[in-house]
Ligand binder design. Structure first.
Ligand code: PAF
Length: 284
């Protein structure tokens, strides 16, 4: 596996693969890779002949009080994991390579509607930063397909929408969340949790499962379910951010007739914000 740091080297390597008739798959990441990322790369290797991954901690998607500086940078370990998962090329640009004209005047991509609410409400500007960097990366790599984790459910919906609206010829594939044995969704931010917080963290997924089971059993008083779960979060030591039941495709608040639903949660423990979600179909 080759690691390149410039767009020029990236384009040369990808165009060589194209000349050889290879299908290109792309897995964008911010590094500090775990088994969830490895699953995305493995999927990419099954679906295409040439797998490009990127590691770039994108300043544009971090708010001023967020963890940009402390976000873990673990390049050597990440390279080993990417290689083992079947990656052919790693693009690891620095900020000046991605934003050579600075970030202030950078053209932005914003995806209205689907970016609003949920993480969009708690993290103003976050999805504009994600949509902008993903658009840039897509133009740099020009993959046939790109793979994202469903753990960032709203992010995946934002990316599907931008690809549709900007007519990008890229197939977007969402892969199921990889979880620890106790149900906690794998995330680079889990590394911030101390032992006590780590023990409490799986509550979020248990709540999603319990809420989905209640809805499947006929419960339709969504505000009651949400209030009870957030109360339980507070008692366990979380600061609830949001807990919402939405229609799974549009992400609008779920009505009583919707059958494809997703429950999305964000809650803070200590100074770590965790998110998770569970999608299910009432008709099945
Ligand atoms: O999900 C992530 O790791 C990031 O938001 C992404 C898609 C790599 C864009 O920086």
């Amino acid at each position: 596996m080759n690691t390149v740091k410039t767009v020029r080297e990236l384009r040369a390597a990808v165009s060589q693969a194209r000349k050889e008739g290879k299908q290109i798959a792309f897995v964008p990441t911010m590094g500090n890779l775990h088994a969830g990322h490895a699953a995305l790369v493995e999927k990419a290797a099954q679906r295409a002949d040439f797998v490009v991954a990127s590691i770039f901690v994108n300043p544009l998607q971090f708010g001023p009080s967020e963890d940009l500086d402390k976000y873990p940078r673990t390049l050597a370990a990440d390279q080993d994991k990417l290689l083992a998962a079947g990656c052919n090329l790693l693009f690891h640009p620095d900020v000046a390579e991605m934003y050579p004209h600075g970030m202030d005047g950078q053209t932005r991509v914003s995806v209205p509607g689907i970016s609003e609410g949920l993480c969009g409400a708690s993290r103003p500007g976050h999805f504009e930063g994600v949509a902008t960097v993903v658009s840039k990366l897509f133009n740099m790599v020009q993959p046939d397909l790109a793979i994202f984790g469903q753990k960032d459910f709203q992010q995946l919906a934002v990316i599907r929408t931008l690809v549709r609206d900007l007519n990008m010829p890229i197939q977007i594939i969402g892969e199921p969340t990889v979880r620890a044995e106790d149900g906690l969704a794998l995330s680079s931010r889990n590394g911030y949790l101390n032992t006590e917080q780590r023990a409490i963290a799986p509550l979020l997924y248990r709540q999603l499962q319990a809420m989905a089971a209640a809805i499947q059993a006929g419960e339709r008083d969504y505000p009651k379910l949400v209030e009870a779960a957030q109360q339980q979060q507070r008692e366990a030591g979380f600061k609830p951010d949001y807990l919402e039941i939405r229609e799974a495709n549009s992400l609008r608040p779920a009505s009583q007739v919707d059958s494809q639903l997703v429950i999305l949660v964000a809650a803070v423990i200590g100074s770590t914000r965790l998110i998770d979600n569970l999608a299910f179909d009432l008709a099945s």
